[in-house]
Design a protein around this ligand. Structure first.
Ligand code: PXL
Length: 277
């Protein structure tokens, strides 16, 4: 059985980070080990959230795992809350990522702004972690902070291709920009494989509302699909389609919540898109 380890926080309510990664990657038929970096009452878009840091647990967890000889097919990091946690993630890659797929989702910003508590210096340190990954998948805001370039809301294909090349130059073989739209009607992902000097893109019709946590859902699905042996193109398409289906089902529910999407109801759809081997 394939195994993934993912390192990110637990936001107890909010449908993001580990409460998305664990069910989604597990549903894809993959054993999912976790390194919880912090426990929050909710994600940081709510007012008054509680926060308990678990950084002190991370190295002892890894030490134990080393003694047990655990190995993973992929190591995937999401939201990380401090410089120290970035160092722990780098160590996780060194100890458990040598022969496995390393994915960094540099969760730290959206809509032109850094999330609460993050700084430009943190974005620069995140860029160094990105250099150690095989695949990175920022949104356009995160990309602009990683590269220290202005955030723009309107762009064309040449601009996206140029940003992707700059992202790959940070050091990861493949860079994916999520949440890309050229026309405000279609939304998707645009990717660059620097080794093959090849671009890949995939778009769906854009849903009428945007939700928090969809980046985490997208990255978790990409991770699961790649570990299951789906191609880069297929994995990108499955991730885009699953997020879209999750948003569609959310919008169908009267009085749906606004803090996360009904991905749970889209899991049968996700399973229908798995490779049967
Ligand atoms: O979805 C990214 C994310 C993960 N974890 C926490 C967050 C956010 C985004 O705001 O606050 C705690």
């Amino acid at each position: 059985m394939k195994k993934v380890v993912t390192m990110q926080d637990i936001s107890c309510v909010g449908k993001c980070s580990l409460t998305v990664a664990l069910p989604v990657i597990s549903a894809m038929g993959i054993e999912t080990a976790v390194i919880p970096t912090a426990v929050l009452s909710t994600h940081t878009m709510f007012q008054g959230f509680t926060f308990h840091d678990l950084t002190g647990e991370i190295l002892p967890i890894m030490e134990h795992w080393k003694k047990e000889g655990f190995r993973f097919d992929a190591v995937y990091t999401g939201y990380l809350g401090s410089f120290e946690q970035l160092d722990c993630a780098a160590k996780l890659f060194e100890e458990f990522g040598r022969d496995s797929l390393k994915i960094v989702d540099p969760c730290m910003a959206d809509n032109g702004k850094l999330y609460a508590g993050f700084t430009i210096e943190f974005a620069r340190a995140m860029a160094k972690l990105c250099a150690k990954a095989d695949i990175i998948c920022p949104n356009m805001t995160e990309a602009s902070f990683l590269l220290d370039i202005p955030y723009v809301t309107e762009y064309d294909e040449d601009y996206v291709k140029d940003v992707l090349k700059q992202l790959a130059a940070l050091g990861a073989r493949k860079a994916v920009l999520t949440g890309i739209t050229f026309d405000g009607v279609h939304l998707g992902a645009y990717a660059y494989d620097s080794k093959e000097d090849r671009y890949v893109s995939y778009f769906t019709d854009e849903e009428s509302q945007h939700f928090h946590g969809t980046g985490d859902l997208w990255a978790s699905t990409l991770c699961g699909a790649l570990v299951n042996g789906q191609s880069f193109e297929e994995a990108i398409a499955v991730a885009c389609d699953f997020v879209k289906e999750s948003i569609r089902l959310t919008l169908q529910e009267e009085g749906h919540n606004d803090y996360g999407v009904n991905f749970e109801q889209a899991i049968p759809y996700l399973i229908s898109r798995l490779h049967r081997q």
